[in-house]
Design a protein around this ligand. Structure first.
Ligand code: ARG
Length: 444
């Protein structure tokens, strides 16, 4: 195709270079935002009297018709163009004829692509936050459906102390609530500006750049070099998405583990599992495994943009075009994961009997027995040793602590009796005895 901005060239672009440098195959995602940015731009051109009211209306009509075709999914960009900005310019020339030749007045794609990408991020950050809310809601529903359920708590994946399922699931709720906030503050820190030109600003008075597009306030740039060379908002967005993905990956891993024959704490609905091509008995939690694994993609996307940006001289460099695919991919991955989880979570069935069986492990109550001795005046380190010895005795003899007689127990400490240990070795008592936790009604 002929060079779009090619007045100074004596040759066509080498076909390999044309193919290698184009971005339309992926940046067509920005079409809507490119049109919105251009709507703001023609408002500025009109205010600056660089186009007449009629010319403005003609350009506006063209841009609105492109926006409509995008909304009705009829927009099919021609992939032979270099990028979406050039393609929209080309469409506008077809729609508004000569008037469209004024569209790019005092504008550069360097400023345009920064604004387009910011508008895209703003929209997708909001969408992601809404999807996160749905998953948080699903977690609450799952918790309510199993309210009061106690389970073994783990550290080092070893039995630790009984906990409430509400706290285990609630921990994920807290992670997602932080993600919700983080995505929100990422959005708030994005500054929408125009007027940077290629890097030095434009001849249009800064006051003309105060303009509102779709409830978003655009301001005149404070530093045009920074405006075209800053991609912090992309890095921050990728960071917020990577952290969200890390949380979802941990949740997926807990669920995969709980669905194993060894744990057997949950049943994941058939609709969310897949079979094996060879082993007829298999019911695999593939969706959760992919959520667990996709954290790698999200970290990779963040790292690839961080590395691409490091060491770039000011101001705009074409390297920065490479921020798009990682950015688009991270949003796609996280949004897909959230959609799946919002449906998968409420369909989980807890196998209460199996969980109750694990709670019979008396080792889970060793800390509670230690705490009991401490509350009877024994120094903590002594109490720790005494109960440690009791556990060692239990392991060696294979006896249940609850079944030991008083004299056997008193040999460890005079306050330990059958009645006392029976009271302590109980999941409800154990969980209820934890007084340090501030109980707060959660609002969603
Ligand atoms: N496709 C480019 C990008 O994504 C758009 C800006 C191109 N600017 C330029 N001077 N070639 O960064």
């Amino acid at each position: 195709m002929s060079k779009m901005w090619g007045g100074r060239f004596g040759k066509k672009t080498n076909l390999l270079v044309e193919e290698f440098t184009k971005s339309i195959q992926f940046d067509k995602k920005l079409a809507e935002y490119d049109c919105l940015g251009s709507l703001a731009h023609i408002g500025i051109l009109k205010k600056a009297r660089l186009i007449t009211a009629q010319e403005h209306d003609k350009l506006k009509k063209g841009l609105v018709s492109i926006l409509n075709s995008i909304k009705s999914n009829k927009f099919e960009p021609d992939n032979s163009f270099e990028d979406i900005h050039s393609y929209v310019q080309h469409l506008m020339e077809k729609k508004a004829g000569k008037t469209a030749l004024k569209l790019h007045t005092a504008r550069s794609r360097n400023d345009q692509v920064a604004l387009d990408t910011k508008l895209y991020c703003a929209k997708e950050l909001l969408t992601t936050r809404n999807l996160l809310l749905k998953v948080m809601d699903s977690l609450v529903k799952l918790e309510n459906k199993n309210s009061g359920l106690k389970m073994p708590g783990y550290t080092h994946l070893q039995h630790a102390i009984p906990v409430a399922l509400a706290h285990h699931l609630g921990a994920y709720f807290s992670m997602l609530a932080r993600d919700f906030k983080r995505l929100g503050s990422t959005l708030e820190s994005i500054k929408f500006s125009m007027g940077a030109g290629a890097l030095a600003g434009t001849f249009i008075e800064s006051s003309k750049y105060n303009i509102v597009v779709k409830d978003l306030s655009i301001e005149p740039t404070m530093n045009p070099i920074d405006a075209v060379s800053d991609r912090d908002f992309v890095v921050e967005t990728l960071n917020a998405l990577a952290i969200t993905g890390m949380h979802l990956s941990r949740l997926a891993e807990d669920l995969v583990l709980w669905a194993t024959k060894e744990f057997d704490f949950i049943d994941i609905d058939d609709a969310f599992c897949t079979g094996s091509s060879l082993m007829p008995q298999k019911k695999n939690p593939d969706a959760l495994e992919l959520i667990r694994g996709s954290a790698g993609k999200l970290y990779g996307n963040l790292i690839s943009v961080l590395v691409m940006m490091k060491g770039l001289p000011l101001s705009y460099n074409r390297d920065m075009q490479l921020d798009k695919e990682p950015l688009f991919n991270s949003f796609e991955v996280v949004q897909q994961e959230l959609k799946v989880l919002a449906e998968l979570l409420p369909a989980i069935r807890f196998k209460k009997e199996n969980i109750a069986r694990q709670l019979e492990d008396e080792c889970l109550y060793a800390t509670d027995m230690t705490d009991y001795l401490v509350q009877k005046g024994v120094a903590f380190k002594d109490a720790h040793t005494i109960i440690g010895k009791l556990i060692a005795y239990k392991v060696k003899t294979g006896k249940e602590i609850k079944k030991m007689d008083d004299s056997e127990l008193r040999a460890f400490h005079p306050v330990l009796t059958g009645k006392v240990v029976k009271k302590i070795i109980d999941p409800e008592t154990s969980v209820e005895s934890k007084k340090s936790i501030k109980r707060k009604k959660r609002k969603i």
